[in-house]
Structure formats: C-alpha cells, structure tokens
Write a protein that binds this ligand. Sequence first.
Ligand SMILES: [Zn+2]
Ligand SMILES: [Zn+2]
Ligand SMILES: [Zn+2]
Ligand SMILES: [Zn+2]
Length: 157
Amino acid sequence: FRLDKFLLLCIQMLSVQPDAKPKGCAGCNRKIKDRYLLKALDKYWHEDCLKCACCDCRLGEVGSTLYTKANLILCRRDYLRLFGVTGNCAACSKLIPAFEMVMRAKDNVYHLDCFACQLCNQRFCVGDKFFLKNNMILCQTDYEEGLMKEGYVSQVR
Ligand SMILES: [Zn+2]
Ligand SMILES: [Zn+2]
Ligand SMILES: [Zn+2]
Ligand SMILES: [Zn+2]
C-alpha cells in the first residue's frame, strides 16, 4: 500500500513531572493526573483514551504506532483492514482494497468481478474448473482449445 495515504505516527510515553501543570487529554478533555501520559498527533492522551476507533484496543500497548485517516485513529490491523490493499488484480491490474472479497488463484488475486475466463468472459461457479495459463484465467473449453492449437502448431513446425 502507498505510504502517502495515511499518517503513521509515533506514540510517545512520557512521565508526568509532579510539579508540572496537568495537561488536558485530547480524548476525554479531562486533565491528565496519571503518572504517565501519551503524546501522539501533537496532543496528550490518557493511556486509556488513545484507542483504536474500530476495535477499542489501547494503542499505547499495541505498539508504538497509530494510523490516522479521515479523523479516525486506528491500530495497524484495522487500518490495513479498512484502507490497506490486498494487491493488484491480475486481470485488470487495479488495486484491490483489503476489505474487498477476492478470488485467489496461485499467487494471483482478482476482483470478484474480474474472475472470469479472459477469453470468453465466462464466470465461474463453485466447483467449476478453471485453468491458469500464461497468467490468464481460462475456462476448460478455452484451455483445451489452446492446448489443441499449440499441439497443432508444434506438429507443423
Ligand atoms: Zn482522557
Ligand atoms: Zn483496532
Ligand atoms: Zn480487477
Ligand atoms: Zn472461456
């Protein structure tokens, strides 16, 4: 996935000086009176308040990074699930977002819509046979036809 699409930020854990003025927490807006506080996004947070918007995990514990996009603060796992990409579709070569269902064949991934015979556009159902040849998905008919043509060509040579 492209790194410029999100902000990856370090979370710093700071110990609070006893005589310092308490900082406000960016999560709950209350003053932080704990011994430790977290600093992320140029703001201060209670350890409990810096949480992933999706799974509620405490980001200070998960590791030292958080991901933010569209005003959401996310852990790495949820960020990748929501905004990451599975890879490029082997048929249309566009990126496939991580949350999309994909079809896989060998090392290739495909959009569901793109997973069809690349010669006759036949879609496959569960249980249907398909073939991968020269990195193209083929239905059985086209695959066998291709084999016959190849056999023919090599005979002529
Ligand atoms: Zn707080
Ligand atoms: Zn999460
Ligand atoms: Zn595709
Ligand atoms: Zn076909």
